[in-house]
Design a protein around this ligand. Sequence first.
Ligand SMILES: [Cu+2]
Length: 131
Amino acid sequence: MNRNYFRRLPLIAFGSLALLLTAACGSAATPASEGPSAAVETTAAPTQEVVIKATNFKFDKKEYTVKKGDALRIKLESDGIHGIRVSNTSVQMKPGDEKVYSFSMAGEYQIECSIPCGNGHERMKAVLKVV
Ligand SMILES: [Cu+2]
């Protein structure tokens, strides 16, 4: 072992931790019909808005319904450190984020907390229904 190895050790440890966290969050069962392009971030003026409120350890609704195609502003209001990720899309939001997306495919997408936030983290799930 030389000095270089030791210098890189923290980096290796951090990498392993990140991997562990990703694995712990896991991905729940999601519809197979949607691809990763089911939603794209857009600069179009939003024509609809959904506010998702996250608290320890739930979202304020079980289901959020939005319209397909229309530029959708998603606001994440978080009391505590919670993010969201939407299955089979690139939707990723941090606490307080406001982003505009357009969903090209109707369907039911799973919303889940993207930040390991504690004991109730696994229960933080909801459905985004695109109609
Ligand atoms: Cu969480």
